[in-house]
Design a protein around this ligand. Sequence first.
Ligand SMILES: [Zn+2]
Length: 417
Amino acid sequence: MALSNIQNSNNKSAKKVMRQCDQMAEFTAMKGGLLRAYLTPEHKQAHKQLALWMQEAELETWQDSVGNQWGRKVSKNPTLPTLIIGSHSDTVSNAGKYDGNLGVLIGLEALSVLADVDLPFHVDVVAFADEEGTRFNTTLIGSSSVAGCFQQDWLAVKDKDQITMGEALTHFGLSPDEVGHDARTRQDTLAYLEVHIEQGPVLEERDLAVGVVTGIAGAKRYQFTLRGMAGHAGTVPSDMRQDALCGAAEMILAIESYAMQHDVVATVGKCDVKPSAVNVIPGETTFTLDIRSLKQDVLESSTLELLAQLDVIAKRRNLSIENEQLYKAKAVPCDITLQKLWGEVVEAETGKAAFYLASGAGHDAMVMPNITDIGMLFVRCEKGISHHPKEQVIESDVGVALDCLVAMINRMAVKYS
Ligand SMILES: [Zn+2]
C-alpha cells in the first residue's frame, strides 16, 4: 500500500473513532449531558452497540459475569497467552465523551486495522463496565472481577435507591453467584495495554500528541477535625483565641509548601467551618487531604511527616486535631519492558523523542498487575480538562495513538515470540 493510502486509511480510522465516541455519548441517563452508570439500561445499550461494532470488526464477542463487554481477535495458532487491551465505558455524572471510552474504541479500531494480520496470540478488547464508581461508590468493579480481586462484600453495597449491587446484577440479567468466576489468570494473559486521555495539562504544555505512562500514583485521603473554642468576635482578645479556622488555614498552607518541596501532590479540596457565622470565632473546622505520589515509599514518608507537622501547628495553637483515613491506594508502576516498547513506537510514529509521565489519576490498569504486566499510553486532552462536558481531544492525536497501538501490538508479536 502506498504511504498516502495508509495515511488516508488512518485518517479515516481516527474519524471513525471520534464519531463512535459521539455515538457512545448518546447512551446517557442525563438530559443534555452524559451519565452512564453501572448496571443501568444505558450500560446495556452502550455495550450492545459496542458488541455490534466488535462483530463488524470480525471479533468474537461476549459479556462476562460482571457485565464487561469483550471482543476477541482470534489467532489461528496461538503460541502465546492472550493480550488484553481495554479501558472503561462507564462515566461520572455530566461527563466528557473520551474518558475511558476513547481507550476502548481505539483498542477496537486497532483490531479492525489488524483484521488481516495473524498474530501469535489472541487479542481481547474489553470495555470495563465500571471504573468510576458512580453508582455504588465502589470503583474498578469491572477490572477487579477480571483481575481476580472482586470483593464479594461489594455485592451488598447499596446505591442511592437502596438497591444492592447483587440485586442490580440480577435485574441486569447476570448472576451475583457467578461474579468473578471467569477471572483471568497470569498463565493465560500476556499483558494489559490501556490508552487513556491524560486528564492533565502536561502533554498539551509540551505540544505532544501522546506520552508513555510510567505508573499510576498511589494516593491517601484523610479528613481532619480541628477543635478550638467558639467565642464572640468582639469580646475575645486576639491572643486568647483558639480559632479552628486560622489553624486550618496555617495547615493548608503548610501542606501546599510541603508538596512543592517533595515528590508528592497534595490537595485540600474541602473545608467546613462551625458554627459558620459572621460574628463568631470558628470553634471547629474539618478539612480533607488528598496526597499522591508515584513512589510508594515517598507517599508513606511524606504522609507521616505532614501529619507530624499538622500536630505541631495544632499544639502551638492550642487546638485538638483528629484524623480519619478515608481512602488509600498503592502506587502501581508500569512494566519497564512495555514502557520501552511504547517509547520505541512513539518515536517511530511521531519522529519525536518519547515523553514519559506518571498518572495522577487512577485507571483500570491499577488492578491488572494482579494477573499481568501493564503498559499505558496517554493522549493529550485540551487544557487537561476531564470529568466535564468540555473534555476534548484532537482527531489527529487519536490517529497517532491508534498508529502507536497498532505498532505496539505488532512489536509485541515479534518481541514475545
Ligand atoms: Zn477513565
